[in-house]
Design a protein around this ligand. Sequence first.
Ligand SMILES: Cc1ncc(COP(=O)(O)O)c(C=O)c1O
Length: 376
Amino acid sequence: MKKMSTVVSMRRLLAFAAISGAMIAPGFATSEPTLENSPIRLSSNENAFGYTPKAKAAMIKYLDGGSYYNRNDVENLVEMCAKKEGVPNDYILTTAGSGPLLMMTALAFAEPGVNVVTTEMGYTQLIRKFAERGGDLKFAKLSDDMGYDFDSLKAEIDENTKIVYICNPNNPTGVMADANELKKFILSVPEDILVFVDEAYLELADASFALNTCASLVKVRKNLIVTRTFSKGYGLAGFRIGYGIANPEVLAKIYPFFMGGPSYLAAIAAVEALKDTEHLSTNVKKYQTVRTYLTTTFDQLGVAYAKPQGAFVYFNSGIDQQVLRDTMAANGILISGSRESGVPIGKYDEWARVSIGTMDQMKGFISILSNMLAKS
Ligand SMILES: Cc1ncc(COP(=O)(O)O)c(C=O)c1O
């Protein structure tokens, strides 16, 4: 990875922001945000390409059923997920997004004196809840290219470790693990420790989903949970639906913290999303095209980045990330800052994360960034 050392003064950047009003999204300043007049959100890894119209049609068809609790819709979805994953139905637990599974798992295991092992610079929903409940966090270092260092992960495991949490592809780095190395590592973790593999972005990777998912391992290694979401590749974030795949004995350990599942409409949408494989592959191609546009442009601009395989790119612009985010926001584009769990404060001050949006949105982002770089 190339390293830029450019430091840009806050004053110069804000001055630039003031003169670059042409980038302000129409209606950004209006008081009633709608989908049309909101800022462009490249901050939360949402799907800018939209979910399948078949899910929309099905939800509209069954809208009146909203007066009733779930009929058989969640059960139908569970059956489809089980078939997809090659496991019995009781290996599947659906929740309102995959986030609840991360938090349920933390709640089930955290207490003072025990720890969760994870990589530095990873997704924090599970570990934050674990720490809130008094558990300790142990971070393995990343490899030089911001990938996984399985030796380092192994070295962090001790007799008090309850969970090893791995996000693949990782967020915010976007880097994906080598499938064989990851599977070998999982099988090497002592059986009494739960391994949690968060595959929220796996559908979007260049490499084969089937060869890279760890779901099939749940039948080989009992103490393993793999989670998926319909929020990312399938574009159903606002409807809140995801699921976990694990041996029923593992699911039973986290189930006491279950607070309610997905709505029946979300389940109806998810069934249609799973059926419409063509829509998913079209969306994945769009992600890949825009991802390549971003990395090619970053190469031309001399901006370093971690190899992206998810719905976002983590990059080092050489500009303080807060300044970059403020300037982007002043121009109607929201991006996310550096994430620093497990690393010294300030180490990634010039790194930020931009979600993959439409090509037009990315061109707007690049236009602001290149102007900032030119003036720095
Ligand atoms: C790595 C990862 N896992 C899980 C989630 C939770 O998403 P959701 O609750 O929408 O499934 C996110 C959300 O951004 C994520 O980035």
